[in-house]
Ligand binder design. Structure first.
Ligand SMILES: Cc1cc2nc3c(=O)[nH]c(=O)nc-3n(C[C@H](O)[C@H](O)[C@H](O)COP(=O)(O)OP(=O)(O)OC[C@H]3O[C@@H](n4cnc5c(N)ncnc54)[C@H](O)[C@@H]3O)c2cc1C
Length: 425
């Protein structure tokens, strides 16, 4: 197997273009616009659409998609390198046609939608003419989907949905929801639920209130109620009872894209920290000349570099196997590592900036909170660590003797039997 860590020179040119384009044109948007998913806000058309057009012209639009859906089919490694650039800023994903949860929802529609559903929802979603919402978590239990209570009951040609969902991000802007509901309460826990497309205009959908978290200008995570919401029978995505299988279509890619953007955000903090360490002096020397500051710089660089390698290796494995499930352990490892890396790098950068670092005039406190966001959304860190450990243990077998395989007296006896005793003791 060949080991090669360099980026193809032609693709590197694209990365350099993205770097400059994002710095010059995209990063300023977050200071003049609101939420990147609010397509109707003033000046969105004027400021965002021309940038999207330039990305399309350059052939870099919606690169997570295969060629059959108008994307480049670049694969995860190239996506990682791109996300490292445009993930630095809130508007990067929307300018490059790669914002969550629309990316994952488009993957679901591409796999499970009918021709009519694709025309009605997928194409406008891919063109960023509409946005969507993934409505799965419920107030009484998120990490354990077997606790979900929202039901969908067949009635003639329709499904009737009743229940409450929680943290349905972008609900207030969405044209449709991909909603998970119990269709067969008596089936095995992971076969009880099915997935549905629910058009936002369907009567009975109510946003009870929108939650936000520190640092978010726009409160955008809906607590919502589905009250006798009637949708056509054909709005089920996948087979009855297959909600978990359908959800997997989006979760693998979604988690990786978050990780790629986390590298970008942590790198941004790291760069700011180094610049500050060279710019500020105290007691006659630069902060960067002080060993404890140097320790923060070296520790966080090592942490970030290790994480980036894990992300890239996992991306490479996904490309290699072309199957998220085969790389589940690695994706969960990425997911479980990402909050701590972002937290630690942003915290070190905050500390080196002193009082300014903790203020809202620098991005660090937002990114520290964001580290908790990435440690919860798409499943808490603990659950992913459990997945890593369980998958790893499947690669091993229990020993059948009282002393473990590494027991040195036994190994020594075996070695001596094979090679004879070469030394005493
Ligand atoms: C910013 C943000 C956006 C989100 N967007 C969406 C969205 O668009 N759509 C959607 O459906 N959901 C969304 N979510 C919800 C997210 O998926 C859930 O928060 C997550 O699955 C955890 O569920 P919970 O919050 O109910 O926590 P709980 O399930 O109550 O878990 C709380 C804590 O308990 C611990 N814990 C849980 N299970 C275990 C375990 N097995 N072993 C050990 N410890 C455990 C962990 O510390 C965990 O953080 C979003 C969340 C956030 C923070």
């Amino acid at each position: 197997m060949a080991w090669d860590f360099h980026t193809d020179p032609d693709f590197q040119k694209e990365i350099d273009w993205i770097d400059e384009f994002v710095r010059e044109e995209v990063e300023p948007l977050e200071y003049v616009l609101g939420s990147p998913v609010d397509l109707k806000q003033p000046r969105f058309e004027e400021l965002v659409r021309p940038l999207q057009a330039r990305v399309k012209e350059r052939g870099l639009w919606a690169c997570h998609l295969g060629p059959e859906l108008g994307g480049k089919g670049y694969g995860q490694v190239k996506l990682a390198l791109m996300n490292e650039q445009f993930g630095r800023t809130r508007f990067g994903p929307v300018v490059f046609g790669a914002q969550a949860p629309d990316t994952g929802n488009s993957e679901i529609l591409a796999h499970y939608g009918t021709a009519e559903q694709k025309e009605r929802y997928l194409q406008p979603l891919l063109d960023n003419k509409i946005v969507s919402c993934f409505s799965m978590t419920e107030p009484q239990g998120g990490a354990d989907p077997t606790q979900f209570r929202t039901t969908a009951i067949a009635d003639g040609d329709e499904w009737v949905i009743n229940g409450e969902k929680w943290f349905s991000s972008n609900a207030k802007y969405a044209s449709f929801f991909i909603t998970m509901a119990v269709t067969d309460p008596d089936a095995a826990p992971h076969q009880r639920m099915s997935m549905f497309i629910v058009p936002a205009e369907t009567p009975g959908i109510e946003i009870l209130h929108n939650l936000g978290f520190h640092g978010e200008a726009d409160h955008n995570h809906a607590h919502m109620r589905y009250d006798n919401v009637r949708i056509p029978r054909q709005n089920m995505l996948g087979a009855p009872g297959q909600a978990f299988v359908v959800a997997q279509t989006r979760l693998g890619g979604g988690r990786m894209h978050h990780a790629m953007r986390t590298v970008a955000q942590a790198q941004k903090c790291f760069d700011l920290m180094c610049e500050r360490a060279l710019s500020r002096t105290t007691k006659g020397e630069r902060l960067g000349d002080k060993q404890l500051v140097q320790q923060m710089i070296s520790d966080t660089w090592i942490q970030l570099r290790q994480f980036r390698l894990l992300v890239l290796e996992t991306a490479w494995l996904i490309d290699h196997h072309n199957d998220y499930l085969k790389v589940r352990k690695n994706i969960s490892a990425v997911k479980a590592t990402m909050p701590k890396v972002l937290h630690d790098v942003a915290s070190a950068a905050l500390q080196v900036h002193g009082a300014l670092g903790i203020s809202t005039e620098m991005p660090f406190t937002d990114l520290i909170i964001n580290s908790y966001h990435v440690g919860l959304a798409d499943g808490p860190t603990e659950v992913h660590k459990i997945t890593v450990a369980r998958q790893l243990l499947r690669e091993y077998e229990a020993g059948d003797e009282i002393f473990p395989r590494g027991y040195r007296p036994k190994l020594r006896d075996m070695a001596r039997q094979r090679y004879g005793a070469l030394r005493a003791g």
